[in-house]
Structures are given as C-alpha cells and as structure tokens.
Design a protein around this ligand. Structure first.
Ligand code: C2E
Ligand code: MG
Ligand code: MG
Ligand code: MG
Length: 292
C-alpha cells in the first residue's frame, strides 16, 4: 500500500487525493527502494566545445525505470522528491554514479567531466560539501572534473543558507554552473556574489533564438555578461546546425543538445564517443583536457 512506508504526516494518504497527488506520494515513498533495486539510471548527454569540437564531458540526467509506470522523466518525480525532502538519496546516488563514471574514464586515459544537477535541498544541507569532499577522495577524482548545476531559484530559495554552501563546494575545487539562466531571476548582480564558473542559457531561450537568430538579444546579453565575468557560457537544447552556426558566430563556448546526442546510457555514450572520434579523427581531441 501507498501509506505503508510513509513516515511523515504530509505524506498520509487521503481518499480525496487526486490521481496525480497519489502517484507523487507513491514516488516519494518508493525512492530508496528504487535506488537499491537498480531502477534509477543515469544517462549522459555530451557537453561540446564550439571552438575545438572537443567533448569536454557530460551532464548526468536521471531516469527511473519504474516497474509499474515504465520509463519516467525527472520532471515527473523530482519535484515531488524535492517537496517532501526525499531528494537527498537521489542526489547522492547520481553523484556516486557520476564519480564512478569519471574514475572509469580516467582509467581509460579519458579526461572528461561530469555535471550533476543539484536541488535546493542540497544547498540547504550544511553537511553536503563534506559528503562531496569524501566522495571525491574515495573515488580518486580530481575535483575540477566535477561540476554542479544549480538553478537560480534553488539558490534564491534560501539565499543566506545557500551561499556559504556553494562557496564551500567551490572551495573543494568543484566547478559551479548556473542552470536554466534566463528563466528565473536572471539577476546579474547575484552572479557576482556567487563563485560561479559557468552559466547555461535555458533551453527555452535557445528555442526562441533558433526561431529567429537575428533577434539574438538575450543570448547576446548573457554571452557578453558571462564573458565579462570570466564565465564559460553554455547553450542547452541545440537541435539544428543553423542554431549551432549562429552560436558559433556569437562566440558561445559550449553546446549541448539533440543535434549532437540525446542523453544516453553510459555504454551507448561510450559508443557515441568512439564513433565520433572515428568520424572526426583524433585531431578533434575528444580525449583531451578541457581548455575552458
Ligand atoms: P536540465 O538540467 O536543464 O537538463 C536539460 C534537459 O533538457 C534534460 O531533460 C535534457 O534531456 C533536455 N534536453 C537536452 N538537449 C535537448 C534538446 O536538444 N532538445 C530538447 N527538447 N531537450 C533537450 P531531462 O533529462 O528530462 O531533465 C529535466 C530536468 O530534470 C533537468 O533539467 C534537471 O533540472 C532535472 N534533473 C535531471 N536529473 C537530475 C538529478 O539527478 N537531480 C536533480 N536535482 N535534478 C535532475
Ligand atoms: Mg542541468
Ligand atoms: Mg537546464
Ligand atoms: Mg531544467
């Protein structure tokens, strides 16, 4: 039953609940079991340098192969996990998998980074930086190969609490990226208070830009601001060569999107890398240190 493993009053099942609310409740109560049972998979989507064509690394994106509902996208279950304070176990799992992946690549002489998405919860958890530090040591991963992607809203939710935690993560040597930039506050001022290395222009903004690349106001502004602040600027959701070319002419640093690859299971990601290297030749240096 749904209510069996529920341990907090907010999770209590009520017959008046809608189907969606009940499903969300189900997700939150099942997450630990799902992780232990191997239902949570991490897919990888390449992040590519526009200037060199190098594959710099990949973003870790979680999927839930649910025994009853089938393959679930994160948007379906992450918000419920965040609301009920159960996201921590998932974050730790993705971090663990990501570090394992980096270590595996290093064993094959491949130096690439992995980006892990964080929720507001991790930014309110003063024990999180320490957990990250010991996980890095345990896996023997150089901190600069790990990136955390945080949204502006996650930082702004409890800014005073989040800032020192982001600072401690950055002090570990981990890279900090601001995800979905252009959607939320997009306050240029707060970027200065944060130890940020990278800013990712939101997929929706890139879609609009793709529709009319001549009208490149926002993309241009974020690129100018980002570069002024010494940040690496990423465009996410790049789906066609025209958009890529427009981004090249605006000197965008890194791209991600279906044009290159969808998020793939680790094995398939490896095959994608190999075929890409075969096609483009080792000169594109898919296996070199990122120069960012
Ligand atoms: P995000 O971090 O902004 O990730 C980008 C999303 O855009 C991903 O959706 C990706 O699959 C999708 N995408 C990438 N390229 C394209 C493209 O060219 N076209 C289109 N239409 N979509 C593209 P996904 O995997 O469904 O993830 C959605 C969101 O879920 C992520 O947005 C992130 O906020 C969250 N998420 C995913 N994994 C995790 C995780 O492990 N922890 C946390 N806290 N959140 C996660
Ligand atoms: Mg992200
Ligand atoms: Mg994003
Ligand atoms: Mg997003």
């Amino acid at each position: 039953g749904v209510a069996r493993s529920v341990d907090r009053p907010v999770h209590v099942y009520r017959p008046s609940m809608g189907v969606e609310a009940r499903r969300q409740l189900e997700f939150t109560s099942q997450i630990r079991e799902a992780i232990a049972d191997g239902q949570i998979h991490v897919h990888y989507q390449p992040k590519i340098s526009l200037s060199s064509g190098q594959v710099l690394g990949a973003e870790a994106l979680v999927r839930w192969q649910h025994p009853h509902y089938g393959a679930l996208r994160p948007d379906v279950f992450i918000p419920a996990l965040e609301r009920t304070g159960r996201i921590g176990a998932l974050t730790e799992h993705v971090l663990e998998q990501g570090l394992r992946t980096i270590a595996g690549w290093l064993e094959q002489q491949v130096r690439m980074s992995v980006a892990v998405n964080l929720s507001a919860r991790s930014l309110a958890d003063s024990g999180f930086p320490e957990l990250v530090g010991s996980a890095l040591r345990e896996h023997g991963v150089p901190p600069e190969l790990l990136t955390f992607e945080l949204t502006e809203s996650a930082v702004m939710e409890d800014r005073d609490r989040a800032l020192p935690i982001v600072q401690r993560l950055h002090d570990l040597g981990v890279r900090i990226s601001i995800d979905d930039f252009g959607t939320g506050y997009s306050s240029l001022a707060y970027l200065r208070d944060l130890p940020v290395d990278e800013v990712k222009i939101d997929r929706g903004c890139i879609a609009e830009f793709a529709g009319s690349p001549g009208d490149s106001g926002l993309v241009r502004t974020v690129l100018a601001l980002g570069h002024t602040l010494g940040l690496v600027v990423v465009a996410e959701g790049v789906e066609d060569p025209q958009t890529r070319d427009a981004l090249i002419s605006l000197e965008c640093d890194i791209v991600q999107g279906y044009l290159y690859s969808r998020p793939l299971p680790l094995d398939a990601f490896g095959e994608w890398l190999t075929s890409r290297t075969r096609l483009t030749g080792p000169a594109t240096g898919a296996y070199r240190v990122p120069v960012v």
